[in-house]
Design a protein around this ligand. Structure first.
Ligand code: LLP
Length: 395
């Protein structure tokens, strides 16, 4: 049966909310639940695989509840994210913490909570973690983020695993870093961490990553270094063009690449940090048409949402599948869909086909559950968008 994103809510309900609160995020919690079930099914076959949801993709408490109930851990990149995960009841034992610029305060928060692992990105960072852990009389578990120089073939602003990126340690620094780690008293080497980029659809990229990890493991073993855990990061992409065709990403194919290609040692644990692939398709930005403006050569559809609510089109040039759910069946027209922000980059799409639209129609930007709400801003003194789940709308 064809997937219907709007099952569980009506156009009238969405329209009524939009009239009251302006542009808002709608979260289809049933889709998120099913997505999490699909991941759980894969993990049930490989008990040494662990998924830490990348909370940076969406930290909405309603979604985090479902993620927690599914038993996933959390991947954080700031002290605020660690705090949010703890407040939402995630066990510190499932929390990993990455980021090139962890502040002393953030490191202390994580040490006091007793998180499972710091993904360390430089030698000076390791020394600071060691000093702070010593002061708190705890031992920190460290994984070193290695820059594997594997090209993720994705947008330049979201590719991270190449030599010229700011992330991770260069390969030649890895063995000296592990040696130093073993000498310091308040840190312990547990593993390797990688993350090569985001919105990766070509799974052969992950095969290349596995091959690289296999080589690195052999090099470490030749030096007598044993690695407990391998964290391969996140990055699995989603179908922005046809969100209804692939509402749940193919996790089976994704995990299979690692099952088939990563040479896992006895007792070794493999960690994943998936963000977008878990939450993107369950979220949509709901807006309404303010004005239809006839230009010389084109028509503008001016909506009440802008890059303050969804920055991805302005920042990465990304295109979100867009629907007019009020005018279905009307003859098609082409519009430049733009927001109200006083910047010429506030454009969602150019020359986009939609049913002929009028003031008040509801325009929905799909696949906005990841890096949507979390990247919203108050530029132009706008208010942050409200959010509603299927349950909240129907209660
Ligand atoms: N692990 C690390 C260390 C990361 O830096 C990221 C994302 C992830 C995991 C999760 O990646 P995912 O599975 O979501 O691809 N704002 C951009 C995406 C930035 C991704 C940053 N890092 C966007 O809207 O496309």
């Amino acid at each position: 049966m064809a997937f219907n994103f709007y099952e569980g809510v009506s156009v009238q309900q969405l329209q009524k909310i939009e009239r009251e609160v302006g542009p808002f995020y709608y979260y289809n919690t049933s889709l998120l639940y099913q997505t999490l079930e699909a991941i759980k099914k894969e993990l049930s076959e490989t008990p040494h695989f662990h998924v830490h949801y990348a909370i940076k993709a969406n930290a909405n408490p309603e979604l985090l509840k479902l993620v927690r109930e599914a038993g996933l851990g959390i991947d954080c990149v700031s002290g605020g994210e660690v705090q949010r995960a703890l407040e939402m009841g995630f066990s510190p034992k499932g929390i990993v913490f990455a980021g090139v610029g962890k502040s002393d305060r953030e490191i202390r928060t994580a040490l006091q909570a007793g998180i499972s692992c710091f993904n360390v990105e430089s030698l000076p960072e390791m020394e600071v973690i060691n000093d702070l852990a010593k002061q708190l009389n705890v031992k920190a578990r460290l994984a070193f983020r290695v820059n594997p120089n594997v090209d993720a073939h994705t947008h330049e602003k979201i590719t991270t695993g190449l030599h010229e990126n700011k992330f991770g340690l260069a390969m030649e620094d890895l063995i000296p870093a592990i040696r130093l780690c073993n000498e310091l008293e308040a840190v312990e080497y547990v593993g390797l961490h990688f993350h090569i980029g985001s919105q990766i659809l070509d799974l052969s990229v992950y095969e290349a990553l596995c091959n690289r990890i296999n080589e690195i493991q052999l090099q470490l073993e030749a030096e007598g270094i044993h690695t407990q855990s391998i964290n391969v990061g996140g990055g699995l992409g989603i179908n922005y063009d046809h969100p209804d065709q692939n509402p749940i990403p193919n996790f089976n194919a994704y995990f299979k690449v690692f099952k088939d290609n990563l040479e896992v040692r006895n007792g070794q644990q493999v960690h994943f940090e998936l963000g977008r692939s878990i939450v993107a398709q369950c979220g949509a930005l709901v807006s309404s048409v303010l004005y239809v403006k006839q230009g010389h050569t084109k028509n503008f559809l001016i909506v009440d949402a802008g890059f303050t609510e969804l920055i991805r089109p302005a920042m990465y040039g990304s295109l979100h599948f867009t629907e007019n759910i009020s005018a279905e069946g009307a003859p098609t027209a082409h519009y430049d869909i733009v927001g109200p922000i006083c910047e010429s980059s506030d454009v969602f799409a150019k020359d986009y086909p939609l049913p002929s639209s009028q003031r008040g129609d509801i325009i929905v930007f799909r696949s906005a559950g990841a890096y949507g709400e979390v990247m919203a801003s108050t530029y132009n003194c706008r208010t942050l968008p409200q959010t509603f789940t299927t349950e909240q709308i129907n209660k």
